[in-house]
Design a protein around this ligand. Structure first.
Ligand code: CP
Length: 342
């Protein structure tokens, strides 16, 4: 593989390679000199066509820690405002000697289209999806996995550590590319993955299934028939409590108001009452439960402000910290020798 566009077809071996490489970079980052010369002379271009704080900055920092040269592009101040196309923009960066393109776009499929164009041109440029529309956010999925695995075994993070753990993913699943990447990685690990959302904020397929199969216990199991990743199982709930019951980890998601038409946007007060995660609601979970959120957060909506800042439960800052090591691992594995390392 020389692009990372999705976690849908990641193998267990690939997850473990990323986790172990990230662990070794975490160790590098704990030293006084936090830099290694691994990607010296290579160019990493951050092509962000949609806003970002943490993904963009952590890819930039990761590239710098690996001694790569970085280029940062922002659509609103670029020649796209004069009519240049996305593919022509990518080719412009290619002509400057870019080795790795990190791409975020509000539309699903843009990183895939750029990767396909690079392959068509026969150039050895790697494309990393930094979040495309409602499709996927693979580096976030991997850093969430790394955050959880290093909590369980800091010295040897690996996929198998999640086998049998109950993980609830709560909130605006319909619009969440993070949820999609997390679903692939967590179901690959053998964790029990429970989704909880109002039916209007679930993908149509899940919502229809729930309505067709409505039962008293309000829990539904669906099994994927995808040829790439068959027999992945998901539990779907339209109430929060069964998803939280005995959960080991709770992943909260941002209510993505900017992607919603007015009729989908719930009353924020009611949403917080029904699906917002608070310390009181966590009493249903395993006593050692931890809470994640990819950020940015609507404080007091999907998670209470108090819980977000509570280091006993919240892994939100650890997720951001893990992001640098995980993105170093991805850049290293794709860029260090231009061979298919993962
Ligand atoms: N989690 C995440 O993608 O955050 P940013 O939009 O700030 O990059």
């Amino acid at each position: 593989r020389h692009h990372v566009l999705s976690l849908a077809d990641f193998t267990a071996a690939e997850y473990n390679t990323v986790l172990q490489t990230a662990a070794s970079f975490q160790e590098v980052l704990s030293r006084r000199t936090k830099k290694v010369p691994t990607l010296q002379g290579q160019v990493v271009a951050n092509l962000f066509f949609e806003a970002s704080t943490r993904t963009r900055s952590s890819f930039e920092l990761a590239a710098k820690r690996l001694s790569a040269d970085t280029l940062n592009f922002t659509a609103s101040t670029s020649s796209m405002t004069k009519g240049e196309t996305i593919l022509d923009t990518a080719k412009t960066y290619l002509a400057m000697g870019t080795d790795i393109m990190v791409i975020r776009h509000r539309e699903a499929g843009v990183p895939n289209a750029i990767a396909a164009e690079m392959d068509r041109l026969g150039v050895k440029v790697s494309v990393l999806n930094a979040g495309d529309g409602q499709h996927e956010h693979p580096s976030q999925g991997l850093l969430d996995l790394f955050t959880i695995c290093t909590l369980i075994d800091p010295n040897n993070p690996r996929l198998e550590l999640l086998k049998g753990k109950k993980i609830a993913i709560v909130g605006d699943i319909l619009h969440s590319r993070v949820a999609r990447s997390n679903i692939w990685s967590l179901t690959a690990s053998g964790a029990q993955v429970h989704l909880a959302a109002p039916p209007t904020l679930l993908p149509k397929l899940f919502a229809e299934y729930i309505f067709e199969e409505a039962e008293a216990n309000s829990q539904h199991l669906i099994t994927s028939s995808s040829p790439q990743s068959p027999n992945r199982q998901l539990f779907i709930h339209w109430q929060l409590e069964p998803a939280l019951q005995d959960a080991d980890f709770v992943m909260t998601l941002r209510l993505q108001k900017e992607r919603m038409t007015a009729h989908l946007l719930p009353s924020l007060r009611e949403y917080h009452q029904l699906f917002g995660i608070t310390r009181t609601k966590l009493q249903l979970c395993n006593p050692n439960v931890k809470v994640l959120h990819p950020g940015p957060v609507n404080r007091g909506v999907e998670i209470s402000s108090e819980l977000m800042d509570d280091p006993e439960f919240s892994l939100i800052q650890s997720q951001v910290t893990s992001g640098v090591a995980v993105r170093m691992a991805l850049l290293y594995l794709l860029g260090s020798s231009k061979v298919e390392r993962i």
